[in-house]
Design a protein around this ligand. Structure first.
Ligand SMILES: [Zn+2]
Ligand SMILES: [Zn+2]
Length: 314
């Protein structure tokens, strides 16, 4: 990802729910131009799908697990073993609920794993965040928030803040030579640069200056904590386990329907909705009915599939 502009890639390794039939168990890799590699959940076989995608498990900086249901953690132990075999030395952060962290640490103990690297367990309680690697004035923060599932569960959000960069082409159009120079603000939104009056927004070539991704893990609706946490994100990756015909069952199991996800996207001012965590009941093209259900309310919806890649560029 380095050297190819400021881009973020979302790679869906698994887009299914608990029973891996047509789709794999949930897992999503997010990586950025600063070299950050964040894994959101670790369904069964995640290490294999990572390697198939050409990403070594050792590159991961953080594994963010929403809750300890098997479909979200089944792949974690294997992933850690592979990192160990690959000779990983730098620590790995695992951020999740207390119950998940206990499960992971107990598994490592039970298998007497000598990993050769440190696992830093970060408990995701309430709403908080951790900073990831930053570069050249750009930065990114991983935060979490409670969701409404059948057990304690969290969702995650990534927010990038970008330093404005000056585009030489645009400078020339403004009649300016490349800096360094000092812009003196003369009035609201305007500045004097090298004796020329320019609008500040013309100077900043990189817009928007921030962008964001939110990931729900498993949740039902209504869920006020999610409504608050995902407001205004560019991409919302939301579970849609069962279609509207099973709305009562979805609720009873702590899950959502596409219509509920779409309603949230609409209310929260999201730019793009991606549905995932699709039940094994929907074979192949049958899952498209979930997509159509959501699009009736929120047209900018995609249905994730295993291996789907999205590139975001500011
Ligand atoms: Zn699940
Ligand atoms: Zn679950």
């Amino acid at each position: 990802m380095r050297g190819r502009g400021r881009r973020v890639e979302i790679l869906v390794l698994g887009s299914g729910g608990a029973v891996p039939r047509v789709r794999r168990q949930p897992s999503i890799l997010v990586r950025d131009w600063m070299g950050n590699h964040v894994l959101l959940d670790a369904g069964e076989g995640v290490q294999m799908w990572l390697m198939k995608a050409g990403v070594s498990p050792s590159r991961l900086d953080i594994v963010a697990v929403t809750h300890p249901h098997g479909d979200h953690v089944n792949g974690l132990a294997g992933l850690l073993m592979t990192m160990s075999l690959e000779g990983r030395r730098r620590p790995l952060t695992i951020v999740s609920t207390r119950e998940t962290l206990e499960f992971v640490l107990e598994t490592l103990e039970a298998t007497e794993a000598r990993l050769g690297f440190k696992v830093e367990a970060l408990e995701a309680r309430g709403r908080s965040y951790t900073r990831l690697k930053s570069s050249g004035g750009d930065s990114v923060v991983l935060s979490w928030y409670p969701t409404c599932h059948s057990i304690e569960s969290v969702g995650f959000r990534l927010d990038w803040r970008l330093r404005p960069r000056i585009d030489p082409g645009r400078l020339a159009a403004l009649g300016l030579k490349p800096g360094p120079w000092i812009a003196r603000v003369v009035e609201e939104g305007e500045a004097l640069v090298e004796g020329r009056r320019v609008r500040l927004k013309d100077l900043a070539s990189t817009l928007p200056m921030s962008f964001s991704i939110a990931y729900t893990g498993d949740t039902m609706h209504p869920c006020p904590t999610i409504e608050e946490a995902v407001r205004g994100v560019d991409v919302l990756i939301h579970e849609a386990t069962l279609g509207g015909e099973y709305v009562d069952e979805a609720r009873a199991r702590g899950h959502s329907t596409p219509l509920q996800a779409a309603g949230l996207a609409l209310k929260s001012g999201v730019r793009l909705l991606v549905l995932y965590h699709v039940s094994g009941r929907y074979e192949g093209f049958e899952a498209r009915k979930l997509l159509f259900e959501a699009r009736r309310v929120f047209p900018k919806t995609l249905l994730a599939w295993d291996g789907m890649r999205l590139l975001l560029s500011p």
